[in-house]
Structure formats: C-alpha cells, structure tokens
Design a protein. Structure first.
Length: 280
C-alpha cells in the first residue's frame, strides 16, 4: 500500500505537472472502486458553464490527494495498489486503467488492480474538504506539520494498553505512518513495537516524534518505497526500502548491533524489530 511518503511524492509530481492546466475531459472505464465513482464527474468538475476545469491546487491529507478546482475538490486515494501516471495522449491502455483525467495533450491515468482506492467529489474547496469532509473528521494530525509533537502523542496515549505500533497505524493520533515507516521509526527511537503506548514516557515520545518525522522525510527524499506496485506520477520507482534498518530484514544482522532482526505478527501485519536495540 502506498504510504504517506509515496502519496506526498505523487502530490508534488501532480502539482508540478498539472496545476494551472485545464481539464478537458474525464474518461471513466469502471464504475466503482471502494465507493462508486460519481456518474457525472466531468460535468461536476467543469461546472454548468464548462469553464471550471482549471486545476488550482494539489494537496494531501493523510493518504488522500485533494485536487482543487474552482467548482470543488477531487479526492483520490490509491488504496492498496493504485497508481496515478502522467502520460502523453494516445498511450495504449493497460489492464485496470479505470479513469483518465485529460489535460489537453496529456492524461492523468488512474490504475488500480485491487480496486480498493477511491475517486470521489466534494463541492467544497480543498481547504474546507480537508477540514470538514466525513472521511477526515476522525483523523489525527499530519506528522510533518507543526501540530505533531511528542507531547501530543504522550497526552493522547495515557492509560492506553494498546501496543505503540498499533496506535501509530490507527491514524487516530497521527496519520500516514504505515507499516514500513512505523517499524523503521520505532527502531530509530529504540522503542519495542509491542510496548503499551501508555507506558512510554514523555521524553521517549519526543524521540519517537523526531524519528517519525525524519524517517518520513528520508523516505520522501529517496522517492518512497517500491515493494510491489508504487511508482511516482513520472513512472519512477522509490528506493527507501534499500535503506531500511529492520523492515523486511528478518534474520539479517542489525546495522547497529549486529544481532538478528526478528519479525512478529500484530493484527495480521508483519512487524520487524531488533530485540537488542529495542529492549522496551
């Protein structure tokens, strides 16, 4: 699944390529992803006069992309296996190419083999959608924003017996820290993924907050992680997975202490850690 760094990379690529350009058409080849794709999506974007198709902004909230037009906001989620590619018009279709957003001579093509993603429409502005849409009301803060601090995590987890990795994955306190980056951030902070969130002190949460932020920034700089499906809008793959300290390295020596990396299952997700470097 594309996680926050991958979605951020797509967000930046789309902003560079399409902001200020006019949408000239929508080609829908499939009616439903996670939710139904709006029937009259092209008309909703262009508006009654057909003049509302200029893309004004591309933003990200958690793992959602928000494409802002004068008429409202297009919400896109890549799900488990979705990609958005900037292509020249006339590029042959592949299997699972579900939607094309046509911008003159180029198309923004949405492909999703598993169909767990989403293409939705909000009549509100991008800012209003990000703050008030039902999909976002229970989401935590952005990990790269000023609101995200160790103190915030500390206060949100008092008396919580849930393992810290599950708290990170839930998105209720902080969004976008998916499986890869939760494991890597906890390793950098020296915190075992199974420890109860309520047992972690304020100073360790400060260290964890810094580790989360730096891990995500490092991943963005590396183009994200390409384990199976992810590519940027340009078609480039990421290589952060080559830098991972624990994720996917079961049995291999820890890059810090030399001990073997271990793997466990937490709520059906693989968790990787170093028993020596992450004692508690």
């Amino acid at each position: 699944m594309p996680e926050l760094p991958e979605v951020e990379i797509v967000c930046r690529g789309l902003a560079d390529a399409f902001v200020g350009h006019r949408l000239t058409g929508v080609i829908r080849r499939f009616n439903r992803l996670r939710w139904p794709i709006p029937d009259a999506l092209e008309q909703l974007i262009l508006g009654p006069s057909g003049a509302g198709g200029v893309l004004r902004s591309v933003e990200r909230r958690s793992k959602y992309l928000l494409l802002g037009f004068d008429t409202g906001t297009l919400l896109i989620h890549l799900g488990m296996s979705g990609t958005l590619r900037r292509l020249a018009g006339g590029v042959p279709l592949r299997v699972h190419d579900h939607v094309d957003f046509v911008f003159g001579e180029h198309v923004l093509r949405y492909n999703d083999p598993r169909r767990f993603g989403a293409v939705l429409w909000s009549a509100d502005t991008a800012q209003a959608t990000a703050s008030g849409h039902a999909l976002f009301r229970k989401l935590g803060v952005e990990p790269l924003g000023e609101q995200f601090t160790g103190r915030l995590m500390y206060e949100a987890t008092r008396r919580r017996a849930t393992p810290i990795k599950q708290v990170l994955l839930s998105g209720a306190v902080v969004v976008g820290v998916g499986n890869i980056y939760a494991s890597e951030s906890l390793f950098r902070a020296g915190i075992r993924p199974t420890v109860a969130a309520g047992r972690i002190g304020a100073s360790r949460y400060d260290r964890l907050a810094g580790s989360i932020r730096q891990t995500l920034l490092d991943a963005i700089a590396a183009g994200g992680s390409t384990l199976r499906d992810f590519v940027a809008s340009t078609g480039q793959t990421g290589y952060f997975q080559l830098q991972c300290n624990v994720y996917g390295r079961t049995g291999q020596p820890c890059r810090v202490c030399g001990g073997p990396i271990r793997a466990i299952r937490q709520q059906q997700r693989a968790t990787f850690y170093c028993p020596a470097c992450q004692r508690a």
